[in-house]
Structures are given as structure tokens and as C-alpha cells.
Design a protein. Structure first.
Length: 229
């Protein structure tokens, strides 16, 4: 694969760092540019924007989801409302039992057709699964009856808290970006955002300080390796 950053004047390492900061933390491109300018490493925010556009497909092709390697055990499905130009859209998400986002899909409706497309898209990549935890939206049930796995669906109070909590990083990022202007931009951003967040999120509250530092260093080293063309 050719280097997607070959013609930039800025160092590829700096661009990769800027992309990670932009996606991982609630920073705008202007904030990233200001941070880089303070140490004289980035000239303009357009470098970070173009770098994100070029690194996104590379990251999507090389990303490794699911650290435990068992995505077929249990999924949590949920959706959030996202305003684009004053019109309500729906961001569907599939989250595994480790709160890693497996799939993100944006639609204009929340009917059976949208739920069916979302489920087929996720199952095409990860295969069949044992348990699907959802809320009581009837579109899920109708889609699963057509697929033939309605027996796997589980609904109930507080069962889907993992999916609800998985939306929080995106909501913080959405507020920082003052929302989105196009549906295609939202779809592209949530895909790369989930991928990078899965990669660098090490569950600090569940690990010792020593193990957390080792996991963090390993994730950063793997990020540099994946982004190296």
C-alpha cells in the first residue's frame, strides 16, 4: 500500500498524532492546530482534516476490533438521535460485552428496513451471535423475525446500559464539533471515531496503574505500526 501522506510537508508522525488527538479527544481542528503551533509542528488545520480523510480508510482496513476475540457472544444494540441541518437522523450502534463499538450506521428513519440493513451489515462482518440485547423498539423485532434469530433477542430494564454508556464519548465529541452538517460526514466520522476509541480505550478504572501504562504504551505502538505505510 502506498503512503497516503507522502506529499505533505508536515511530518507523517505529526499528522498521525493530530488525527488521534482530533478523534480521541473533544478538540476541534483549530484546537489541534493551536496545540501544534505552540511547539511549531503544524502550520494549518487543513493538514489535519486532509490527513483524517486519507488515514480513515487505511485505519478501517487495518483496525483490530475486540481484544478478547469473541464478538459472537453478546451484542448490545441501541440508537441515538442526531440533528443534521435541523432534521433528525438516527445513529445505530452495535456494542459487544466489552463496550467496544463493532458497527455504526446512520439512517434517516428507525423503521424495520433501517434496522434490517443495520443488522445485516453488522452480521456480514462478524457473523451470527448468541444473544442480542436491545430496547423495546419494534423495528428490532420485525427485522430479527425476517432474519430468523428472534429467539436471541433480550429486552429488559437496565439490560442495555452498556450500549447507552458507549454513546457518551460520541456525545461529548458532537458537542465540541457543534453538530454535523451532512449525513455522509457523520457516517465517516463515527466509523473512524469508534475505531480509534476502541483502540486507545483501556478501561482505566478496571486496571492497575502499572498494567494500564503497559496497555496504553502497547496501543500507541500498535497505532504507529498500523498507520505506517
Amino acid at each position: 500500500m502506498s503512503n497516503p501522506l507522502w506529499y505533505f510537508e508536515t511530518s507523517p508522525e505529526i499528522i498521525r498524532l493530530a488525527v488521534m488527538l482530533y478523534v480521541r479527544f473533544p478538540l476541534s481542528l483549530r484546537n489541534v492546530e493551536t496545540s501544534g503551533a505552540s511547539i511549531s509542528v503544524m502550520r494549518r488545520c487543513a493538514t489535519g482534516r486532509t490527513g483524517l480523510a486519507r488515514l480513515s480508510p487505511v485505519r478501517s482496513e487495518n483496525s483490530v476490533h475486540n481484544r478478547c476475540g469473541n464478538t459472537q457472544w453478546r451484542w448490545h444494540l441501541d440508537k441515538v438521535y442526531v440533528k443534521i441541518g435541523g432534521v433528525t437522523h438516527y445513529l445505530w450502534r452495535a456494542v459487544d460485552h466489552e463496550v467496544e463499538v463493532l458497527e455504526s450506521f446512520v439512517t434517516r428513519k428507525r423503521d424495520k428496513a433501517a434496522a434490517l440493513t443495520f443488522l445485516k451489515k453488522a452480521m456480514k462482518q462478524y457473523g451470527q451471535l448468541r444473544i442480542i440485547v436491545t430496547d423495546k423498539l419494534r423495528s428490532y423485532r420485525a427485522a430479527m423475525i425476517e432474519i430468523g434469530n428472534e429467539a436471541s433477542q433480550h429486552t429488559g430494564r437496565n439490560l442495555n446500559n452498556r450500549a447507552e454508556n458507549a454513546h457518551l464519548p460520541f456525545r461529548r465529541r458532537e458537542r465540541a464539533m457543534l453538530r454535523f452538517r451532512r449525513m455522509s460526514c457523520l457516517q465517516k466520522f463515527v466509523s473512524i471515531h469508534a475505531s480509534i476509541h476502541n483502540h486507545v480505550n483501556q478501561n482505566r478504572s478496571l486496571e492497575t496503574r502499572f498494567r494500564y501504562k503497559n496497555l496504553r504504551n502497547h496501543a500507541l505502538a500498535e497505532w504507529r505500526q498500523l498507520m505506517a505505510a
